[in-house]
Design a protein around this ligand. Structure first.
Ligand SMILES: [Zn+2]
Length: 121
């Protein structure tokens, strides 16, 4: 069967995506919605970004010991509307274990440093 097929939740028979009901047992066929919800979450976050913070070269504003700390900082910056990029400080952008540099556009660097200074007291 092709990857778009819908599987009946009752009898596991595969159907083409345009089918509404199972031919064999009459069960209503439901499309998976998890992917759409995930995309909605990304769109919701993307709307928070302030355009004035997206200009200029990327500059480092913070350093994180590991990916969870880096993501904490990234979420903090996102709350302020500042987009950021997490870079493996050893080199490259691959999602591997290790320290991270937190980079933001130059126009958002001042706001980012203030947000992080406030957070850390
Ligand atoms: Zn069925």
């Amino acid at each position: 069967m092709d990857s778009d097929a819908i599987v009946c939740p009752s009898c596991s028979r595969a159907h083409s995506p345009e089918e509404r009901f199972c031919e064999a047992c009459g069960m209503p066929l439901v499309h998976q919605t998890l992917v759409e919800q995930d995309a909605g979450e990304r769109r919701r976050r993307a709307r928070k970004i302030k355009p004035q913070y997206t200009e200029g070269e990327l500059v480092q504003v913070a350093y994180a010991e590991n990916q969870p700390e880096a993501e904490f900082i990234a979420n903090l910056l996102l709350e302020e509307g500042i987009p950021c990029l997490l870079r493996n400080s050893i080199g490259g952008y691959s999602p591997v274990i290790g320290p991270r540099e937190v980079l933001v556009p130059a126009s958002g660097a001042q706001a980012a440093r203030e947000a992080l200074a406030f957070q850390r007291g």
